[in-house]
Design a protein. Sequence first.
Length: 210
Amino acid sequence: MSDVEAIIAALDRGEIRVAEKVDGEWRVNEEAKQAILDYFRLRDMEPLEAGPFEYLDKIPLKRDYARLGVRVVPPATARYGSFLSPGVVMMPSYVNIGAWVGPRTMVDTWATVGSCAQIGADVHLAGGVGIGGVLEPVNARPVIVEDGAFLGSRCIVTEGVVIGEGAVLGPNVVLTASVPVIDVTGEEPVACPGRARGNSRRGRTTSRAR
């Protein structure tokens, strides 16, 4: 087994992570991210079968869910090199390589967890939530959703945004690193300047993005 394959296997087992919180700050494991990029280059396209489903891809599918203590509802898919903690529930959804999903977290119907995203324990990703992925550059922080957060239906979180512990995002909230969050809770409405680029932020959000 090559060094690259060993790192991917360790990611799959949850022994290492693409990003971890150290002294209150999230730090990226650049070696792990580089290994994922190299793994794509090492692999060839090959047919994959899972029951009645057939795929053609470079990355194998994750397996052995009963041993892991993970519930996976067809046709949910997780790629090899992602880690699912005990008690995770995957409704028909998708988890990409390098992602880490904490204990008892719900990945609801049509939710997607992008490459290298880090999802905490007891999180609920409601139907259609889109968690962005990031592989390059290798020092780029992935999207982080900390423990106990709730993301309402059709929320989108991208560009390394951190959703803090216990945060609640209403349906259709969009958070990116490049678009500022505007406080709309005050008495005066906020005017939208000319040529502005905005996102839909319906409902109430108590998240912190940085």
